[in-house]
Design a protein around this ligand. Structure first.
Ligand code: BGC
Length: 773
């Protein structure tokens, strides 16, 4: 019989330290020095002067469109602003243009309420940083914060005051195209990156949010979007409250704690309730439990889509359900402005619901400093100076290099010699600047992006760099044509590629996904190399014989690479790295930068293993325990259960050795903590970075524990021969789970801690402690 330990004391202490209901110390620090009373008085006095039409206008966002001069509001948009019937635009930017739009709002509308101007500044604005999944592979929180800060600085100079980022959806299924936008599969890693990105976009304090170089952040998509069945975008999700709490929500909670002022509703339903109409998510969890006081924006037409979900017969009912559930602003469909006045007038929708939503929106506008100076964000001089500055490009290159993961390097193929007489670069993606930018590339421009081929030519001026596309380059064409070309099985380029490989002193073979195969509405039923790329790899590797062949992958999801792994001695995962992709990859290939990235997602051995993730449950019939049956165990008959490359995996040009982990105590009480220390030594002859990872397993509890869960990590930079001791602290609060009675719980008993350079490596390096009552 075990006894439940209540965490009440802990939670009370946290609540006492905070300025917001239900908030923790991090948020208390964010809100410190900000006058909430003055804000409330301001909002109330404005609200008291608003008509119903103006109120619903504040809850309405429309999209801009591409005009001759750039992205602008549509023709009728200025009239809507003037009439107070719109509170926000998305897809509108440019210092001059946004200044004009704000002028209409501030000087020509009755109440002069400025606009929120939103845009998907997801991994950079004009200077494009690595796609978020790649950036997470750096496991470098400072780098992610800096990348978001630069993105905010650039976007803010162009008149944007609100970004629809960070995307914090946990994704365990590589078939889902939007896995590229998030931090991968792990709630702990995802939470740390969510905080870092929110801090980068918004700055460290609420008072500072009104600066001219920060933008309001949006944690999206609330919630469960990454759990789309079969990895098919927008599809139904169905999971338990326990999975919601333990896996899906932690990064959102972390974002809210870091001060995120808005969240975006998800397109999907969860177990029969569309997220855009789910009061459990907004009212109960977000507002009551977490004390969130910002606002919720519906995803693009998600309010209207409640009709397709089958829970609303018409737009008015869709609008009523969404707003009543706590979704404060509708995006694009205009339903709140158009259909809700009649419902308020008939009494079907209480005015109080509208008022509360308006308060939240006005609050965020005031926090963004818009009432103080609506033009602060739109500064043409600053825009000219800031966008794509040399410093920003240098930062993008640095983050890009850190995002690269060395998956394998048999025989030390990499780094390549810098005095090669000839080098064959094979693969159309090596010359593809559009794909290098990745999905959601902000205001990035492909001519300003350097892909791999020109960067290698520049880095190797004395080498004869020869190029063959090998597979078809993707034309700039309508979406479906590009997709068809990306999956082309045309092998007509293989002969030329093999000829180059046979003649060169070394080969860089670039394989992977065009960016149109990644991101929104880009699910794949098979995550293997597309088209005839694997066949090309076979030809090229065979033709190269004993000469070094380095495979460079550029893609936006965990690929199923068993076929490639069987033939390629060296594989470098380079994702879509943004504006500076080429120079960053060249730095790594030529050894100017020693790779230190680690996978934030599991790479499967076969697509059929998806969803696959390291923090899985053991099941009642594990295949990998002593005495397991040959038949009646949880596995596949045709592919292994194990992934090809585990979560946390990544090699270096040097090697690291770990000592045995030691614990400061083998027994701790509820108020105690245990320190876990491990010595890590660079045993090679180059300086390198190792990401030391700490995992924990609860050995027995009342709900099933995962086999291991990440609870800490640290990047250490080690000179050759250097040893550092890395120490992590674990407290009972780190060991919580969603208990049988639907509360966060810790139970006494034994815990195993594991330390290593990947989730798999850590399994072999364990120590145990007991939590006592
Ligand atoms: C996406 C959101 C995005 C919005 C606005 C939607 O299709 O799901 O992530 O923020 O469009 O561009």
């Amino acid at each position: 019989m075990r006894y439940l330990l209540s965490l009440l004391a802990f939670l009370l202490a946290v609540a006492a330290a905070s300025a917001q209901p239900g908030a923790g110390p991090q948020r208390a620090a964010f809100y410190e020095g900000y006058d909430l009373d003055a804000e409330a008085a301001f909002v109330e006095s404005l609200l008291a002067r608003m008509t119903l039409e103006e109120k619903l206008g504040q809850l309405t966002q429309y999209t801009g469109q591409w005009a001759v001069t750039g992205p602008a509001v549509p023709e009728t948009g200025e009239d809507e602003i003037r009439a107070g019937r719109v509170g926000s635009f998305l897809n509108v930017y440019g210092a001059d243009y946004t200044r004009r739009a704000q002028e209409v709002a501030v000087e020509e509308s009755r109440l002069g309420i400025p606009l929120l101007i939103g845009y998907d500044v997801v991994h950079g604005f004009r200077t494009v940083f690595p796609v978020p999944l790649a950036e997470t592979a750096s496991w470098n929180l400072d780098a992610a914060e800096e990348a978001a800060r630069i993105a905010a600085r650039e976007a803010a100079a162009s008149g944007i005051n609100w970004t629809f980022a960070p995307m914090v959806d946990i994704a365990r299924d590589g078939r889902w195209g939007r896995i590229v936008e998030g931090a991968g599969e792990d709630p702990y890693l995802g939470s740390r990156f969510a905080e870092a990105r929110v801090r980068g976009f918004q700055g460290p304090t609420l008072s500072g949010l009104a600066s001219d170089s920060t933008v309001v952040a949006t944690a999206k998509h609330f919630a469960g979007y990454g759990f789309a069945e079969g990895g098919r975008d927008y599809n139904t999700a169905d999971f338990s409250e326990r999975t919601l709490r333990e896996v899906v929500l932690p990064p959102f909670h972390a974002a809210v704690e870091a001060g995120a002022q808005t969240l975006m509703s998800a397109f999907n339903e969860i177990g029969g309730v569309p997220a855009t109409a789910d009061a459990h998510l907004y009212d109960e969890i977000l507002r009551d439990e977490w004390g969130f006081d910002g606002f919720i924006i519906a995803d693009y037409t998600a309010v209207r889509e409640l009709m397709y979900h089958g829970i609303a017969a018409d737009s008015a009912e869709a609008g009523r359900r969404a707003l009543s559930a706590g979704v404060d602003m509708s995006m694009v469909d205009g339903i709140y402005a158009r259909n809700l006045p009649a419902l308020v007038e008939s009494g079907e929708l209480p005015l109080a619901v509208v008022d509360e939503a308006v308060r939240r929106v006005l609050r965020v506008k005031r926090r963004a400093g818009l009432f103080e100076d609506p033009y602060r964000y739109s500064d043409a001089d600053r825009e000219a100076r800031t966008l794509l500055s040399d410093a920003h490009r240098a930062a993008a290159r640095d983050v890009a290099r850190q995002s690269v993961v060395l998956l394998k390097n048999d025989g030390d193929v990499l780094p390549l010699r810098r005095d090669l007489p000839t080098l064959a670069v094979i693969g159309a993606l090596a010359a593809d600047s559009v794909s290098a930018m990745g999905s959601w590339a902000g205001a990035g421009r492909w001519p300003e992006t350097t892909p791999i081929l020109p960067a290698l030519r520049e880095a190797l001026p004395d080498t004869d760099v020869r190029y063959a596309p090998g597979y078809p380059a993707i034309p700039r064409a309508p979406f479906l044509e590009m997709v068809e070309a990306a999956f082309s099985t045309d092998t007509s380029g293989h002969d030329e590629a093999a000829r180059l490989a046979a003649e060169a002193d070394a080969v860089v073979l670039v394989l992977g996904e065009h960016r149109e195969l990644t991101g929104e509405a880009a699910s794949r039923a098979s995550t293997e190399l597309p088209g005839a790329q694997l066949e090309l790899a076979r030809r090229v590797i065979a033709a190269a014989g004993d000469r070094p062949v380095a495979v460079v992958l550029t893609n936006g999801r965990p690929l199923a690479l068993s076929g490639l792994d069987a033939i390629a001695p060296s594989i470098l995962e380079a994702w879509h790295l943004g504006t500076e992709m080429g120079p960053a990859v060249a730095d790594v290939l030529l050894g100017y930068h020693n790779p230190g990235g680690k996978l934030p997602v599991t790479f499967p051995a076969a697509t059929g293993q998806e969803p696959i993730y390291y923090n899985r449950k053991r099941t009642g019939r594990p295949h990998d325990v002593p005495g397991a049956s040959d038949k009646y165990v949880s596995r596949y008959l045709d592919v292994p259960v194990e992934p090809l490359y585990p979560f946390g995996h990544g090699l270096s040009y040097t090697t690291f050795a770990y000592g045995a982990p030691t614990l400061s105590a083998t027994e701790i009480g509820v108020d105690g903590a245990v320190e876990v220390s491990v010595d890590v030594t660079n045993t090679g002859d180059r300086a390198g970075v190792e990401v030391v990872q700490l995992y924990v397993r609860d050995e027995e509890r009342t709900t099933t524990p995962p086999v291991q869960e990440l609870k800490g990590f640290e990047r250490v930079e080690l000179a050759p021969g250097e040893t550092q001791t890395v120490t992590f602290t674990l407290a009972p609060a780190d060991l919580q789970f969603w208990g049988m009675d639907n509360e966060w719980t810790v139970e006494p008993g034994w815990f195993t801690v594991m330390v290593g350079g990947s989730s798999l490596d850590a399994l072999g390096r364990a120590a145990r402690f007991e939590l006592i009552d």
